[in-house]
Design a protein around this ligand. Structure first.
Ligand SMILES: [Mg+2]
Length: 246
């Protein structure tokens, strides 16, 4: 039976509509939006993922999931700290993550909140309390990465439906390249790692404010010669090693 990208129908809306005006940031502290990185994660890359129109399409009462999300989340669970950062309200975002994250990859969920959700769309990576050179963010909205163009990778909008979409496979291959490059050249910045990656191309893109920014845009799988089956590094972050040994 072919895989259906529409994993929930109209009933999905019932899971979050009752409290759709809530505001919440996941377990936060005073200075930052998320707790300090767990020692179990070592110096893993912190991967920030936008939700709507990057990973899923959740309008019109249904929930469409971008193809290949499970491969991506399994990789993230093994090799990265993962943050989902969205302007959506908590009940909606939490219900979506519950549906899609079978790999338990998502470490932190940041939702709509006055501490960061202001008159701009910018996701200020300083608010994560991590070394900026350990953070990469994937977004479909250029304005969200303004000021952090060296850490951001733009992806094309996902608008649901049942068409094939290899965007998340491209994200997966790009992350493999970055993780591998950081391991071999630990002094490189994230921007320098992205500059070496086959699937990231720096381009000028228009913003919602009417100007443009220059940032990395995700290439297509067909444009890479990278092997489909990654050979390394095979070391996992301590979290997964612990799980494998238990
Ligand atoms: Mg989005």
């Amino acid at each position: 039976m072919p895989f259906s990208q529409k994993i929930r129908g109209a009933s999905f809306r019932d899971e979050y509509i009752a409290n759709s005006d809530d505001f919440m940031v996941a377990d936060t502290n005073d200075a930052f939006l998320i707790p300090p990185k767990s020692p179990m994660l070592g110096d893993c890359l912190t991967v920030v993922l936008d939700l709507d129109e990057t990973l899923i399409y959740g309008r019109e009462n249904a929930l469409y999931v971008r193809p290949h999300i499970q491969e991506l989340l399994e990789f993230l669970a093994a090799h990265c700290e993962t943050v989902v950062w969205t302007r959506a309200v908590h009940h909606y975002a939490d219900a979506v993550i519950h549906q899609i994250d079978a790999a338990k990859a998502v470490d932190h969920l940041i939702c709509r909140h006055p501490t960061w959700c202001t008159h701009t769309n910018v996701k200020d990576l300083h608010l994560l309390g991590r070394d900026l050179d350990s953070i990469i963010i994937f977004e479909n909205t250029p304005d969200c990465i303004r000021g952090f163009e060296g850490n951001g990778v733009l992806v094309e909008d996902y608008t649901g439906g049942e068409l094939e979409d290899t965007t998340l496979l491209s994200v997966l291959h790009l992350l493999r390249e970055v993780v591998d490059t950081r391991r071999r050249y630990p002094s490189l910045s994230i921007s320098e790692c992205l500059a070496r990656a086959q699937l990231a191309q720096k381009q000028h893109v228009p913003t919602d404010e009417g100007d443009s920014i220059q940032c990395y845009c995700l290439g297509r799988m067909e444009e890479t010669t990278a092997p489909l089956h990654w050979r390394g590094p095979q070391q996992h972050c301590a979290r997964l090693s612990t799980l494998l040994q238990s």
